[in-house]
Design a protein around this ligand. Structure first.
Ligand code: SAH
Length: 247
């Protein structure tokens, strides 16, 4: 299984748990091969954006022969009710900045005849179960101070459409426009749909979970680094532990 995040803080706690790892450099990125909770894994930081995501996914499949990919990271909440501290487990992916119109319909990926790509149903169901379990324990683990400082109370797990593009969405105007254009979109980030396209090309199962770090609005950048350190890294490691232990 491949375990991927975009940012170091999203995976730091997991990499600390891989004492027998072997590091290998490919295409400018470090791949950690080792074991996590008894499972053979390859862990990597993809970096930010769709191109970095696509080359990482390709290397994982071509060079490391991974049989499934789990991505964990953060995203901005779009749909009403998708709040900071909630998690979104992707069922479909779409590139919100794909636009070859008028030759192709808006958002359609040329050559594929489609604008959305699917997550693997089985792996996604396992990931969603792990998330539900972790969310039940998370408020106690995080403690009152952290919960209050991010205005979190009872975190929820949402499943549905995740949209990706090469833009950190950090204005209310932009996030409203995305919601109007793509009313089914739960959250926005910068890598998921690129992984989904590559995994579709190779027939490799993919599951993605994103902890909501911001609401993709004018305040999106304010607490971002602190949220990564204090909340997102703990979500990622707890979710992966639960997922891997139940394999
Ligand atoms: N300030 C950060 C930049 C992170 S870019 C830094 O210095 O490193 C944002 C990362 O988090 C991307 O990997 C993306 O997938 C995710 N993300 C979180 N909130 C987002 C938002 N509102 N819009 C787009 N991507 C978001």
């Amino acid at each position: 299984m491949a375990i991927v995040s975009a940012l170091h803080e999203e995976l730091a706690a997991v990499l600390d748990l891989m004492p027998d790892e072997q590091q290998q450099r490919v295409g400018g990125r470090t791949y950690w091969r080792g074991h996590l909770y008894g499972q053979e894994v390859v862990a990597v930081l993809s970096g930010i954006g769709k191109v970095a995501a696509a080359t990482t996914a390709t290397a994982l499949i071509e060079r490391f022969g991974v049989q499934r990919i789990v991505f964990t990271g953060v995203a901005g909440g779009l749909a009403p009710g998708v709040r900071v501290g909630d998690v979104v487990v992707a069922q479909q992916f779409l590139q919100h900045d794909m636009d070859a119109s008028p030759i192709f319909p808006r958002h359609e990926v040329p050559g594929y005849g489609r604008s959305t790509f699917e997550a693997d149903a089985g792996l996604t169901a396992q990931l969603a179960r792990a998330c539900e379990q972790v969310l039940r324990e998370m408020p106690v683990q995080l403690g009152v101070d952290v919960l209050q400082s991010f205005a979190m109370d009872t975190p929820r797990c949402h499943q549905g459409l995740l949209v990706s593009g090469d833009r950190f969405v950090s204005t209310t105007v932009e996030s409203r426009a995305l919601c109007d254009e793509l009313p089914r979109a739960l959250a926005v980030e910068m890598e998921g749909a690129a992984f989904a396209q590559v995994c579709h090309d190779y027939g490799v199962p993919l599951a993605v979970v994103r902890t909501i770090s911001d609401r993709a609005d004018d305040a999106a950048h304010v607490d971002f680094p602190r949220f990564l350190r204090e909340v997102a890294s703990r979500y990622s490691s707890a979710i992966l532990e639960t997922l891997l232990r139940t394999q």
